[in-house]
Design a binder for this molecule. Structure first.
Ligand SMILES: [Zn+2]
Length: 490
């Protein structure tokens, strides 16, 4: 344990950016001192939370009959270039050009995402419509992009990835999968990670380049910026045509397949957990995602009673561990106050304090991380109480996140309104807009320039809001066809 540990020295509300950096470092989530810009080390405490995100995602997609697979880290140059205009990643990729001192005959890229490496191989796998649907995913791997500015869990040159790549006979099956992908976001991001978000259908100019449509859950971070937590793409037959993925139909005729891919942002979900739930004391995580759920802290005044307290703690610890909760006893030499601060910084949901009084009364005192509420219960009731407190903690985490999120949306009718609101409010701004097809791109660009980075997130999905007859595009004043949301993004 790092003895000179100090808590976070800034308030989240005063300097979010500094607070976020300090929390990541001091709660030992990641280490940015690796020495190559944009590459970070995932430390055990942080990686346990990330592992949990992966486990939840894997469970959801496997319930939907996806099978795991793993492709190499490399992408053939030819495959990457073939889809230059579709995947659009080539300027951002890292190239491997040498092995030892020898130049490779054929250089290859480190994968920036899966499509260009997976789909050429898919073209070898399927022959008949009977081979479909095919649903597979890759998990717990990383991808590489040459990002200029990097931030732990928000943007990196190497980052944690998860992706599904599905192949269907019909467009309808593909669209049904999109709905299931959104359900996965609901189950994992909303219900498990307790992050509120809105689903958007991205405007034509901001969808994934090879997709007919892109759908995303977006949340708002404490600095008011949009955090895109995942994306799912209706790929149509675009990649099938580019990589020649065809099957024979019932009449033995060759046809292109329909595809979807889904990429929950494992890092982005982690960033949202850290930023949205955390407070001035440190990390706060939902009970089931916590690396340790309960910490027991001995309160020892006189050495006389120390042994009794520690023996009593051993019994309590065993009981909690037997009930399958992740429990730790802090028997270090540090003062209780130091220990309280330490485990609050690390976001352990429940703290159990045991002193001579608790031993004498056969009781324990339980403190909750979210609001510090303390309850003293009989030791025999401890498991029941942990369950109750965990439930209350999770509900507080969700309510806090939801409360902040609900205050995030403002309405504006004109570009001037948007600019005015952006000066003080940070979050979504809802405006009438001419078009989310290509026609609207010019207005989107004007809006972005005039607001120093305001992006059109898209229309709400699956139910876009209706415009009224009097609604004019906030930018060009033509009849509005859509209600869109605007926010700045990372
Ligand atoms: Zn317009």
């Amino acid at each position: 344990m790092e003895k000179e540990e100090k808590g976070i020295t800034v308030k989240k509300a005063d300097d979010f950016s500094e607070w976020y950096s300090q929390l990541i470092q001091k709660a030992q989530l990641a280490d940015v001192r690796f020495g190559i810009q944009g590459f970070i080390v995932h430390r055990p405490w942080g990686f346990k939370i990330i592992k949990k995100i992966y486990e939840y995602l894997e469970e959801e997609v496997e319930n939907q009959e996806h099978d795991p697979m793993l492709f190499p880290i490399a992408v053939k140059e030819e495959s990457l270039m073939k889809e230059k205009e579709h995947a659009g990643f080539s300027p951002e990729v890292f190239w491997v050009t040498h092995a030892g001192s020898k130049k490779l005959e054929e250089r290859f890229a480190l994968r920036p995402t899966g499509e260009t490496q997976i789909y050429p191989v898919y073209s070898l796998w399927f022959r008949s419509h009977k081979d479909l649907p095919f649903k597979a995913y890759q998990s717990r791997h990383t991808v590489f992009r040459n990002e200029m500015t990097t931030r732990p869990f928000l943007r990196g040159r190497e980052f944690a990835f998860f992706e599904t790549h599905n192949v269907y006979n019909t467009h309808k099956e593909a669209l049904d999968q999109i709905k299931l992908d959104l359900k996965t976001c609901d189950e994992v991001i909303r219900k498990k990670a307790k992050i509120p978000f809105l689903y958007f259908k991205r405007p034509a100019w901001d969808k994934f380049k090879g997709a007919d449509n892109t759908f995303t859950p977006d949340t708002i971070m404490p600095d008011g910026k949009r955090n895109q937590l995942a994306s799912t793409h209706d790929l149509g037959t675009n990649f099938a045509e580019a990589y020649d993925i065809r099957v024979t139909d019932e009449k033995e005729k060759k046809k292109y397949v329909w595809q979807t891919c889904f990429g929950p942002g494992v890092w982005r979900i982690m960033a949202a957990i850290i930023a949205i739930h955390g407070d001035d004391k440190g990390l706060i995580v939902p009970f089931d995602m916590a690396p340790k759920q309960v910490v027991i802290i001995p309160i020892i005044f006189k050495n006389k009673t120390a042994k009794e307290v520690m023996n009593y703690i051993k019994i309590i610890e065993k009981k909690i561990a037997k009930a399958d909760f992740k429990v730790i006893v802090d028997s270090s030499d540090n003062k209780p106050g130091f220990k309280f601060n330490h485990w609050e910084l690390f976001g352990v949901p429940l703290r159990i304090e045991v002193g001579p009084k608790e031993v004498a009364d056969k009781k324990v005192t339980i403190a909750r991380r979210t609001d510090g509420n303390k309850t003293t219960v009989k030791a025999t009731d401890i498991i029941k109480e942990i369950k109750k407190q965990a439930k209350e903690l999770d509900s507080q985490i969700w309510k806090n996140a939801q409360k902040n999120f609900d205050h995030n949306t403002r309405d504006a009718k004109t570009l001037d309104d948007v600019k005015k609101i952006m000066k003080t409010h940070r979050g979504f701004i809802r405006i009438p807009f001419c078009s989310v097809d290509k026609d609207g791109e010019e207005c989107a660009e004007i809006l972005k320039a005039e607001t120093q980075g305001g992006n059109i997130c898209g229309t709400l999905y699956p139910k876009p809001e209706q415009v009224s007859k009097n609604d004019k595009c906030a930018v060009c004043k033509k009849q509005a066809k859509e209600i869109v949301y605007v926010a700045k993004s990372y």
